[in-house]
Ligand binder design. Sequence first.
Ligand code: GLA
Ligand code: ZN
Length: 667
Amino acid sequence: MGKEIKRILYGGDYNPNQWPREVWKEDMRIFRDARINSATINVFSWAKIQPSEEKYDFSELDEIVKMLSEEDYDIVLATSTGAVPAWMARKYPEVERTDFDGKHHKFGQRHNACPNSEIFRKYSAALAAKLAERYASNPHVKCWHVSNEYGGTCYCENCEKAFRVWLRKKYGTLDAVNQAWNTEFWGHTFYDWEEIVAPNALGEGLWDGRSAFAGMSIDYKRFNSDSMLQNYMDERDAIRKYDKEAVITTNLMGTYKELDYFKWAKEMDIVSWDNYPAYNTPWSLTAMRHDLMRGLKDAPFLLMEQTPSQQNWQPYNSLKRPGQMRAQSYQTIAHGADSIQFFQLRRSVGACEKFHGAVISHAGTEATRVFREVQELGKELERLSDLIPGSRNESQVGIVFDWDNYWGLEYTSGPSVDLRYEEQIHSYYEYFYEKNISVDMIPVDGDFSRYKMIVAPVLYMVKEGMKEALEAFVREGGVLVTTYMSGIVDQSDNVYLGGYPGPLRELAGLWVEEIDALAPEQKNGVKLVDGTNCSCNLVCERMHLEGAEALGVYEEDFYAGEPAAARNCFGKGRVYYIGTQLEKNGKAHILNMAAKDAAVESIVADSAGLEITCRKQGEKTFCFVMNFKEEERKLPAVFAGKTDLLKGNVLTETMTLKKYDVFLVEI
Ligand code: GLA
Ligand code: ZN
């Protein structure tokens, strides 16, 4: 392949089109100094490169591509379809979206096209084709970046019509639709396909984005995700006709709720994503999002965007502290990224992102703290380009993440509004993160046999085949951990009758009779079998054991003394069922038992408080040792005598890591 990416991409979104020519030259000089080797261009230039329906004008883009090629950049060429031009919105109002409240939008903002507008589909694919035809032969164009951060939902009439077509294809008959959505409830039976409308606030929408008919709303989410995926595929296929070599991607957004990224990733050559933690985002959550992005294709990914320092769109946009950007970048690489790219390379002069951090600030020079940090990192990454790209992360633990479950759990009214999917998954991920046990985030139809331990928290929706897959995994000796709110509904959000957790009942060796919800000010307690006490909250399930042994009992309320967590033997393996949200220590107690059963261990035994994440390149293992805590931490003894590949010095037994210190060692 002539277009293989052979180095760690280091660069980011670059918008020279917003600047006069004399600035471009200065940019090149400054970027060279920072070892920048890649640029993502043409992200929001549709209006410039297609100024009217009949006219295309690539003259400026030609110049930009030429300049970057001469500088030997790896170019990430975007298709510009993330924001429609004003002329198009005026001439064809259908390209704009109708929102949840039913308002049809006028021209404005971005990420705003109706995915089912035939006009949008035609012109976006045509633009992608024109770009590919023109630039595919340039060897510097290594990656295509389709649109930008697909997202949101459209509820317009065109989408409504397309939804009916999607439903016909999925269900065949209206009877099947009525049954799947349980429309007998409230007498919502449909007798004609045309009676089906989009479930927004004018339809089945309830408070807080919930739905009167979750089955319908989940189908609408699936449909909306598929519609945008089709937009991506329209452009991808148009590009592929001309460019057989460059990778094609679009920038995803971690645990973003609206799109089923496992499905999307199947159509992408490589996953790329934008990482924007807030000042108070736990580092474990960022790590989990990276692992999810790696898990989508079970392969290294690209970091498409992060800010060198500030953001503009969060309520409080703090500066990144000295060393923080570097540490964040190494965490990203440690979890599987083969690039570090910034939004953006030069800070814009006007509009809503003028306060967004950039490599070159409004001061316009390299004499800034942020620039010096970017430059220092650039020099380090240059040296890693032969070692890291393509290396793999290996895990013995898989945590299940599933968009249908995300939607299902959060559409449901009851038992508690505080059941948030990402938060729930993270609260289990955190245990492994803190123990430095590597985790893969896996889909519900993943290959479970690769793991010793599968954790499937709030596995609310159990789709076809999952019961069998989980049973086979445990029967062969695997350890499964699952929790409250699992095994409740099928893929249409209809309850499995006969007692929760429905299809998982035999596996868990218990059945759940009732689910109590605790308000934020309420809690209960659990006495674990070894006598430890811990508190619990959110939900308390009342369960009956059918072969499982209790691991703890509730301490209060009318269900005091009843089991709160249990363990069951099934085939050669074991299943842990946690019936309530245990406080961190209680959760760790149970997960310790499960991890011991599964014989999974920390990467480094005496590593508490540090993050240690490894990537393997053939026989070589590279360990990133990072401190994200306020307090200084001792370097684990195993690393003494090794060379830090970032700074080149030899590590000694007495060394410590201050906050944001990073060492990279080969073991
Ligand atoms: C997103 C977009 C960029 C920019 C950044 C700002 O990730 O893709 O165009 O708006 O946010 O943080
Ligand atoms: Zn629409």
